[in-house]
Design a protein around this ligand. Structure first.
Ligand code: AG3
Length: 275
């Protein structure tokens, strides 16, 4: 019996290889090459331009850590924006917070939303919730047109190539600051310290120039390059490391806990040396 394997070349010389059960859908969208694949080890997976975006088995780590760290840091997050994130995983986690009155998702690629609903229903299933507004459009433009509007903004982007290049620029972070209310907070996924250390250094430098509080935290995500993933927070008032105990309330999670919230900001030396 022949075997099918999928490799994401995470660098020129290193990759992750997954045994495939079947290919569910492939399509060149207007923005990127989309693949939905059923794997032996990680369940159904979404790839964009040959890069792992999410898997049924480990998606909870990324989505919980993007959503809950800023949402438990902000005392009253009522209006939330997710830029990218068309698979709906971050939105699902955002909705676990009862204070959230409205969550807007702006993803440039409607096909990601469509095929996530079809093949990743437990991730995308909450996109039809009444508190959610889904917009297919350019997140950069949406940010540029927003002012003093959001409590929390989450940037769930692809890597800084293709449709996401603009989302790693200082101009974008300045736009986010303008789109946030006076005590707003934002988070962005900022890749890994093993293969893209300069990206972390550059983003942290740019965010620091705009936000009084800038932090970096990590999570373990086995299907992403190196498994050690980073997230950058820019905050106008609240420090995610100083969250008071009474701020936390019970929600159902598999990775995030209030202890882990604090622990995730404790960085290995070679990572803290980057910032
Ligand atoms: N967004 C970040 C994925 C980056 C992974 N990089 C890679 N595989 N080279 C994921 C979207 C999940 N909602």
């Amino acid at each position: 019996m022949s075997e099918l394997w999928y490799t994401e070349k995470q660098t020129k010389n290193f990759g992750i290889t997954l045994k495939i059960k079947q290919t569910l859908h492939t399509e060149q969208t207007d923005f990127q090459y989309l693949e939905m694949v059923e794997t032996e080890e990680f369940g159904n997976m979404l790839f964009l331009d040959g890069m792992v975006m999410t898997s049924q088995k480990d998606e909870f780590v990324y989505h919980e850590m993007v959503a809950h760290v800023p949402l438990f840091t902000h005392p009253n997050p009522e209006n939330v924006l997710v830029v990218g994130g068309g698979d709906g995983g971050v939105i699902r986690e955002v909705l676990k917070h009862p204070q959230v009155k409205k969550a807007t998702l702006v993803d440039i690629d409607g096909k990601v939303i469509e095929y996530s609903k079809k093949f990743l229903p437990e991730i995308a299933g909450k996109l039809d919730d009444p508190r959610v507004e889904v917009k297919v459009g350019d997140g950069f433009m949406h940010i540029a047109e927003s002012e003093n509007e959001y409590d929390v903004i989450m940037v769930d982007s692809t890597e800084p190539m293709g449709p996401a290049v603009n989302l790693f620029t200082k101009g974008f972070y300045a736009g986010i600051s303008k789109a946030l209310k006076e005590d707003g907070i934002f988070v962005a996924q900022t890749d890994n310290p093993w293969f893209t250390p300069e990206l972390i250094t550059n983003v942290q430098r740019d965010v620091k120039e705009i936000f009084p509080i800038t932090r970096l935290y990590t999570a373990n995500i086995p299907t992403y390059p190196s498994g050690l993933w980073t997230f950058t927070i820019g905050s106008k008032r609240y420090d995610p490391i100083e969250v008071s105990e009474d701020r936390f309330h019970e929600i159902e999670t598999k990775y995030y806990t209030k202890e882990l919230h604090k622990a995730s900001f404790v960085l290995p030396k070679f990572v803290s040396d980057l910032i």
